[in-house]
Design a protein around this ligand. Structure first.
Ligand SMILES: [Zn+2]
Length: 304
């Protein structure tokens, strides 16, 4: 058994699979681990009373467990204690002849304090545990369904891990940039005017940097444009650009293949960018010039 670093915990979790009996699937402990992980993620503690866990675990076992007449959530709830990272707050030893009624009487289980501390200390550990448990017992095609059913936001966990690692190395973005830019342009694409709302929220409209964030472009409204998703992509790839006086530029290198390509791209030729609400929010010509030189895929298309 490994030490108590993240690798040590992963070793312990991985070891639960060693005790599978022959060809029989044994997803009971893995599903309980995922359920406790989701609780930890949601509430800050992995503590689950058997009363809470029993219906969830039963339903998960019915959906993702082997076909069988009965599901028995009480066994993993008690037996996981033998793996060194799960405890019950009542004396129900593994191997004892306990009853379900005994557990329903308010007994709760929880990851050990050491394991919970390790999860908090290393943001990589929770998604690693989830992947390890899922990979040990289920095909890839089911992982997302299982996470959905459990309420475990694995994708978001992964994103946070990457951010935690990368944030130390790169310049942080100003979280208000998006809001400022969208407000300045009344939540509408400055090129086509797209500005639909879904439940009152702008959808498909983004705050684009004119001089890229990665090229030291400031998170300031004068370095921003509200663009719909399509025009944002085309702007960042240099199919579209802007002149110093706010005219939309279209690259001659872009080959329209359909009516829609004309509609989205070539018909913008010669149009003006929609102005922001106040003159002080207009794109700064330095940034526009940078985009034209460094990103725009010249030459400029002259006719539609
Ligand atoms: Zn647009």
């Amino acid at each position: 058994m490994g030490g108590t670093g993240s690798d040590g915990w992963l070793e312990r979790i991985g070891a639960i699979n060693v005790w599978k009996r022959g060809d029989q699937r044994a997803p009971h402990k893995p599903l309980l681990i995922l359920l406790a992980l989701a609780a930890w993620r949601r509430t800050g503690t992995s503590r689950l009373s058997f009363d809470e866990a029993e219906p969830d675990l039963a339903s998960l076992l019915r959906s993702f467990g082997p076909p069988s007449r009965s599901v028995s959530p009480q066994y993993p709830f008690v037996h996981l204690q033998s793996d060194g990272f799960w405890r019950l707050d009542a004396d129900v030893p593994v191997g004892s002849s306990f009853t379900v009624t005994q557990l329903r009487n308010g007994v709760a289980g929880q990851f050990s304090p050491e394991f919970e501390a390790a999860l908090s200390a290393d943001p990589r550990l929770a998604p690693d545990v989830a992947h390890l448990v899922l990979a040990g017992d289920f095909p890839d095609s089911l992982h997302a369904d299982i996470c959905d059913a459990i309420g475990l936001d694995l994708d978001q966990l992964e994103v946070e891990v990457v951010h935690a690692r990368v944030d130390r190395l790169v310049r942080r973005r100003d979280p208000q940039f998006r809001e400022h830019v969208l407000r300045a342009y009344s939540q509408k694409c400055a090129m086509c005017g797209f500005g639909g709302l879904l439940s009152g929220q702008a959808i498909g409209v983004e705050a684009a940097h004119i001089r890229w964030h990665a090229a030291d472009g400031p998170d300031h409204v004068t370095n921003g444009l509200a663009l719909c998703t399509v025009h944002h992509k085309l702007f960042d790839r240099g199919v579209l650009g802007a002149s110093a006086d706010g005219e939309i530029l279209v690259s001659a290198n872009f080959a329209p293949m359909s009516e829609a390509d004309d509609l989205y791209v070539t018909r913008l030729l010669g149009r003006e960018l929609a102005p922001p609400q106040s003159a002080g929010e207009r794109p700064e010509s330095d940034h526009v010039g940078w985009h034209q030189e460094q990103v725009f895929s010249g030459p400029v298309r002259m006719t539609a």
